[in-house]
Design a protein around this ligand. Structure first.
Ligand code: NAP
Ligand code: ZN
Length: 350
């Protein structure tokens, strides 16, 4: 075991503050990573403030981790000391259920172990990437092939990247399709970039008029202010797929009405409070569907990282020091970040 510095919230109302945690010494199948950068996901904030009512305190958030391998166990074959490696939202799963057998560890029927906040179905707490080091079994460590100067901007791919890539692939997004991305935050801006790289005609829906120009630069062909009913109505019945990344409760019907017959809107945003139930007639009359999607499995996460490296895709980031995290959370709540905060872990003292 080693004692290392971290940042933790000790209750739903306390700001994050310096904290010490223990990391296990690497076992035979473990990779030890000295963390260079950690992205700041809205899920970190939901967890720190117990908005999903399942937080184990103290909580050390952070699941968009990029670092350098500093030790490996005797049985580790995929990594060596000095390699750059990534860790996303999971650090373990049962490895024997039907979902794990299909490389869908995020849907592990016995509950995957989150990088922070412990096993989904109970067990010991786990501590995430707002810390100087992490020890993870090799299966849950990702290879990073992006150029070294982009590493900070690669970190958000480990959650925001895979959470948008996976449903875009699952629902068969490609050339000739009109695809909507709702919300231009951390997930949404990755969704725009990835859907555009997949060849789709991307339309971005935002509540923030200040983001219109950016959305076009990021790859959207059209931008719609979602609070403008006339602008929304102009797109009725025209979308092949919509990916909704919004982090807050909102009315889904205006988006459902934009889908063509038999098409789907998939929700990845996980707000504290439920969305109002959708109007069933919007679904019934055109056999439309509402879906959901959770991050992505290890195989698909590696595929996404390789896809992004090949297409030159990274996140648009604002780098912060560790002690700026509480201000960053407040700004994230105001949608005031273009488009992902990333913590420079060299600023974590201790
Ligand atoms: P974020 O950076 O805060 O982005 C969320 C965006 O939602 C904002 O930028 C804003 O976009 C829009 N928004 C915020 N409040 C709104 C409101 N009241 N009405 C309409 N739009 C609003 O958050 P994120 O890190 O991308 O995460 C988004 C959500 O996905 C969070 O709930 C997070 O927990 C969840 N998540 C889910 C998974 C999964 O596996 N399913 C994985 C990671 C994260 P505009 O300014 O463009 O309107
Ligand atoms: Zn996340």
């Amino acid at each position: 075991m080693s004692t290392i510095p971290a940042y933790a919230a000790s209750s739903s109302t306390s700001p994050l503050a310096p904290f010490s945690i223990e990391r296990r010494a690497p076992g035979p199948d473990d990779v030890q990573i000295d963390i260079l950068f950690c992205g700041v996901c809205h899920s970190d904030l939901h967890t720190a403030r117990n908005e999903w009512k399942n937080t184990l305190y103290p909580t050390v958030p952070g699941h968009e981790i990029v670092g350098r391998v500093s030790a490996v166990g005797a049985e580790v074959t995929r990594f060596k000391v000095g390699d750059i490696a990534g860790v996303g939202c999971m650090v373990d799963s049962c490895q024997r259920c039907a979902s794990c057998a299909q490389d869908l560890e995020q849907y592990c029927e016995n509950g995957f172990t989150g990088t922070y906040n412990g096993p989904v179905f109970g067990g010991e707490n786990t501590y995430g990437g707002y810390s100087s080091r992490i020890v993870v079994r090799q299966k849950f460590v990702l290879r990073i092939t992006h150029e070294l100067q982009h590493l900070a901007a690669v970190a958000p791919l480990l959650c925001a990247g895979i959470t948008t890539y996976s449903p875009l692939r699952q629902w068969g997004v490609g050339p000739g399709q009109k695809v909507g991305i709702v919300g231009l935050g951390g997930l949404g801006h990755m969704g725009v970039k990835i859907a555009a790289a997949m060849g789709a005609h991307v339309v971005l829906f935002t509540t923030s008029p200040s983001k219109v120009e950016d959305a076009r630069r990021l790859g959207a062909k059209e931008v719609v202010i979602s609070k403008d009913p006339a602008a929304m109505a102009a797109h009725a019945n025209s979308f092949d797929f919509i990916l909704n990344t919004v982090a807050a409760q909102h009315d889904l019907d205006p988006f459902i009405n934009l889908l063509k017959r038999d098409c789907t809107m998939t929700l990845v945003g996980a707000p504290e409070n439920r969305h109002p139930a959708p109007d069933v007639f919007g679904l019934i009359f055109k056999r439309r569907r509402l879906g959901g999607s959770l991050i992505g499995g290890l195989r698909e996460t590696q595929e996404m990282l390789d896809f992004c490296a090949e297409h030159g895709i990274v996140s648009d980031i604002e780098m912060i020091a560790m002690d700026e995290i509480n201000t960053a959370y407040e700004r994230m709540l105001r949608s005031d970040v273009k488009y992902r905060f990333v913590i420079d872990m060299a600023t974590l003292k201790g």
